[in-house]
Ligand binder design. Structure first.
Ligand SMILES: [Zn+2]
Ligand SMILES: [Zn+2]
Length: 258
C-alpha cells in the first residue's frame, strides 16, 4: 500500500526535543507519507532556528513569529527581526501568534499588542498567519476581523472550538487545522467540526513535540503520527484516507504557495 500524501502544517521540529534524532524522525515521517512539514517559530531565536532548518532540509518550510506565551518579549526590535526573517526564501507564513488566556504566561495586553502587530506584519508581507488560540476565541476572532487577513489567509491551528467558532473562522478567511485531540476518547466538538468544515478549508497538523494522538499520549509527538490523525479525520468524514490526505495537502500547498 502506498502511503498517503500528508502535509504537517504545524510542527516544532527545530525544538531541542528533536535534536538528538532528527534524521530518524524525518525518515519515519517520509515513510508515513509526510512529504512536507512546516516548522513553526515561537520567539525570535526559535524563528531563526526554524528558518535555518528550512534552508537546509528540502521537505521542511518555516513560519516565523512570537507565541502568545512569549508576547511580553515582542518589542519593536523583536518584531523587526521577525519581519526580516519573514522575507527569507523558505519562510512561508507568520506565526505562531494569537492569544492564550488559559495559561496567561504573558499579560493579556501584551498578548493583544503582539498579536495585532503580527497580523499587520502578515498583511504587509502578504503571507498567511498561523493563529494560536486558547480560551480566547472572542478576542482572537475580533482582532482578526479588525485587521482582515482574507487576502493571504491563514490557519486556526490546533482548532479547539465548536462548529459555531469554526464557521466564524471560515468567514474570516482562515482554514481550520485539526491536531491529535480529534483522536482522543473525549474529543469534545472536534468530530462534529471535522465533518462540518468543507474539504477545501481543512488542514492537518501534529503540533509536535506536543499533543500526540491517542496511542502515543504521554510521549513525544512527531510528524509520522500525522497519519493517525488523518485516518481518524477520514473515518469521521467517511472519505478514503488517500483522498482526504491529498486534499488536505493541496489546501496547505495552495495557502503557502508551494
Ligand atoms: Zn499553538
Ligand atoms: Zn505550536
Amino acid at each position: 500500500m502506498t502511503a498517503p500524501d500528508l502535509f504537517d502544517t504545524h510542527a516544532h521540529l527545530h525544538f531541542p526535543e528533536f535534536a538528538a534524532d532528527l534524521d530518524a524522525v524525518l525518515a519515519r515521517a517520509r515513510e508515513a507519507g509526510v512529504r512536507r512539514i512546516l516548522t513553526i517559530g515561537t520567539d525570535v531565536s526559535t524563528s531563526r532556528a526554524a528558518a535555518a532548518m528550512a534552508a537546509r532540509i528540502p521537505d521542511v518550510w518555516a513560519a516565523v513569529g512570537i507565541h502568545p506565551h512569549e508576547a511580553a518579549e515582542a518589542d519593536d526590535a523583536a518584531l523587526a527581526e521577525i519581519e526580516r526573517l519573514a522575507s527569507e526564501p523558505r519562510v512561508v507564513a507568520i506565526g505562531e501568534t494569537g492569544l492564550d488566556f488559559f495559561r496567561n504566561l504573558s499579560p493579556r495586553d501584551a498578548q493583544e499588542r503582539a498579536f495585532r502587530s503580527q497580523l499587520a506584519l502578515a498583511r504587509r508581507a502578504e503571507k498567511p498567519v498561523l493563529v494560536h488560540c486558547r480560551d480566547a476565541h472572542e478576542e482572537t476572532l475580533q482582532l482578526i476581523g479588525e485587521v482582515d487577513v482574507r487576502a493571504a489567509g491563514g490557519i486556526m491551528h490546533c482548532f479547539s472550538g465548536d462548529v459555531g467558532i469554526a464557521r466564524r473562522c471560515l468567514d474570516l478567511g482562515l482554514l481550520v487545522s485539526l491536531a491529535g485531540p480529534v483522536t482522543y476518547p473525549k474529543p469534545g466538538a472536534l468530530p462534529e467540526v471535522a465533518r462540518f468544515v468543507p474539504g477545501d478549508r481543512l488542514v492537518l497538523e501534529t503540533d509536535c513535540p506536543f499533543l500526540p494522538p491517542q496511542p502515543h499520549r504521554g510521549k513525544r509527538n512527531e510528524p509520522a503520527y500525522l497519519a493517525i490523525t488523518a485516518a481518524r479525520v477520514a473515518e469521521l468524514r467517511g472519505e478514503p484516507l488517500a483522498d482526504l490526505a491529498a486534499r488536505m495537502s493541496e489546501n496547505a500547498r495552495t495557502l503557502f504557495a508551494l
